[in-house]
Design a binder for this molecule. Structure first.
Ligand SMILES: CC(C)(COP(=O)(O)OP(=O)(O)OC[C@H]1O[C@@H](n2cnc3c(N)ncnc32)[C@H](O)[C@@H]1OP(=O)(O)O)[C@@H](O)C(=O)NCCC(=O)NCCS
Length: 222
């Protein structure tokens, strides 16, 4: 009996491992990811220093392992890996969260990414940001297995301390300012600032003027 269970579990792991391996483009994994970080971080010195010292890189690496176990329905192992990653990096990503290519979590500490979050490609998230539920502690049973966390489309930037709450969609290229609180859908290219967040302009993926740390022109000069 015990052997049957072990064999069944191993089979499940193998199937998930093969299918996730087949989904990867062989060349993409490391190089594209690291180069995309160098493009988005003026402080980045080398690929080696990014691998060794960037908490966001470790968090994404551990998330891939945790997500693998989660898909194979080894939920406890998945949660343990995700919490170990949180212990190392200060970044909490639920193993079931869906994450696209080249997610860059800069600085990292305090970032929370909830269970039903869905993140597109080339998204950047700064420290203390939350992709959370609106009221997870109220009627929690009704909320189980429902979409209750945000969806971030490609190229979104989430500034430090921003709180994006509920099953909202943040459109492509949108930028969420530092400390903004977003509880509603955001159109693509929008720049959202304040509490509650308001759309104050248009951006594009090439727009380099966004200030993720909420610094002013004056503080830029100092
Ligand atoms: C405050 C809160 C409980 C309100 O939830 P709610 O009752 O569903 O509120 P609504 O979505 O109906 O929003 C009511 C109004 O308040 C605004 N609002 C909601 N949350 C807000 C917040 N945190 N700060 C400022 N304004 C907020 C909404 O934009 C809306 O404005 P409007 O009337 O002009 O349209 C919720 O938005 C919140 O902040 N929850 C915290 C959840 C959290 O910390 N999650 C992390 C989990 S990891």
């Amino acid at each position: 009996m015990a052997i049957k269970i072990v064999v069944a579990n191993l089979k499940r792991l193998l199937v998930v491992a093969i299918s996730s391996f087949c989904n990867q483009k062989p060349n993409y994994i490391m190089n594209d990811f690291l180069e995309s970080i160098i493009k988005r971080d003026p402080a980045a010195k080398s690929k080696l220093s990014i691998i060794l010292t960037y908490p966001g890189v470790k968090a994404v690496f551990f998330h891939k392992i945790a997500n693998f176990f989660s898909v194979a329905k080894f939920d406890l192992i998945a949660r343990i890996i995700s919490q170990f990653s949180r212990f190392l990096t200060g970044i909490e990503i639920h193993p079931k969260a869906k994450i696209g290519n080249n997610l860059f979590i800069d600085h990292g500490m305090g970032v929370v990414i909830g269970e039903t979050s869905d993140i597109g490609d080339n998204v950047t998230i700064y420290h203390m940001a939350t992709l959370g539920g609106i009221s997870p502690s109220i009627n929690s049973d009704d909320q189980r297995n429902t979409k209750r966390h945000p969806t971030l489309m490609d190229n979104v930037v989430v500034g430090s301390g921003a709180q994006i709450l509920g099953p909202v969609t943040i459109g492509k290229n949108a930028k969420i300012g530092a400390n903004a609180v977003v509880t509603k859908d955001v159109p693509q290219n929008a720049i959202m600032v304040g509490i509650p967040a308001k759309n104050v302009g248009e951006s594009s993926v090439d727009d380099q003027t966004f200030k993720p740390y909420g610094i002013t022109e004056q503080s830029d000069k100092n």
